[in-house]
Design a protein around this ligand. Structure first.
Ligand code: NAG
Ligand code: NAG
Length: 298
């Protein structure tokens, strides 16, 4: 059981680093020390020159990641270089916010890095600061900004009205046909789908990682002559001690997206299941819209 937990933590950490795959940029490039090398999952503990990012020595150097939508950032993890000069990170400010004014360097400060030992990762707690951009900023002259890894953790912001809180959250399903994985339903693409085998009461579930008042669930059906298989699916919002039915799908046209109003039912998990024998559940996207209750669990 402990081993399973460790694996889960690794997967969890790997999947939900919000910086992964995002657009990064920095104030200047020192040789081939590009900004992307700070989000490449390579902390650079052996050959830092190919695994870390660095600006040249300049005035007010900065590095920035665009998370592409607004998040409540719970923590930022910064890994320093191992090979030399760990003091170059000293004084770097972690700034989080939503505008690109002064390249994002005017945002509120989550933390100021006093120092990080060579090759070590330090975690800075940001208490759900809201923003789309996370910057590292070193005020002053002739300063290199070198960083080997920047990880950002948090949850989609409840105050952003268009945020789909299910996006990239933890999905699972009762069984899987071929490579129709459960995550296809929370990947932001309405043409990649999850698919169970024929079975009794097939289900799909997403863990939103937080409690939400769920206002609306949008389901995208497959584009197929088998579109009718969704008929009778039950949408539920659940929590540790509660199970509430939000809606029953009568039918959704082939390839279409339908809204189901949930009237603010509170919960952390959204499930879709089809009662009955020899049923198949195929879902191409499940979007969940609602308001965050309380603080991030991450
Ligand atoms: C990445 O960010 C830079 C700087 O803001 C911008 O010019 C570029 O268009 C962005 N690229 C993508 C793919 O969004
Ligand atoms: C679902 O609701 C959203 C928000 O109200 C709306 O923008 C969208 O058009 C609706 N979709 C359908 C298929 O009704």
């Amino acid at each position: 059981a402990n081993l399973t937990l460790i694996y889960l933590i690794i997967i969890y950490k790997g999947l939900y680093n919000l910086a992964t795959g995002r657009n990064v940029t920095q104030s200047s490039n020192f040789g081939a020390w590009f900004a992307e090398q700070a989000i490449d999952f390579n902390p650079g503990l052996t050959k830092s020159y190919s695994a870390c990012s660095s600006t040249s020595a300049q005035t007010n150097s900065w590095w920035r990641v665009d998370l592409s939508s607004v998040y409540r950032v719970s923590r930022v993890v910064v890994t320093n270089r191992l090979d030399c000069c760990p003091e170059r990170i000293n004084g770097a400010e972690i700034r989080i916010g939503n505008s690109l004014e002064n390249n994002g360097n005017n945002h509120p400060i989550c933390a100021v890095i006093s120092s990080i030992p060579a090759g070590v990762s330090f975690t800075y707690i940001c208490n759900d600061m809201e923003g789309r951009y996370v910057n590292l900023f070193i005020p002053g002259d002739k300063r290199f900004l070198t960083v080997c890894e920047v990880e950002v953790y948090g949850v989609a912001s409840g105050s952003a009205p268009t945020a789909n809180t299910a996006l990239w959250r933890i999905a699972s399903q009762s069984s899987q046909l071929e490579d129709w994985i459960s995550r296809n339903t929370v990947d932001g693409l309405r043409d990649s789908c999850s698919h169970t085998n024929p079975q009794t009461d097939p289900w799909w579930k997403v863990d939103l990682l937080n409690e939400y008042k769920v206002n609306r669930v949008a389901i995208t059906n497959r584009l197929s002559k088998y579109y009718y298989r969704i008929n009778g699916a039950v949408i539920r919002i659940t929590d540790v001690l509660s199970v509430c039915r939000c809606a029953v799908v009568s039918t959704i046209p082939s390839g279409a997206t339908a809204n189901f109003s949930c009237g603010g039912i509170e919960g952390r998990y959204v499930t879709v299941h089809i009662p009955g024998d020899l049923k198949i559940l195929t879902l191409c996207e499940v979007e969940v819209y609602g308001d965050l209750i309380g603080k991030s669990l991450l």
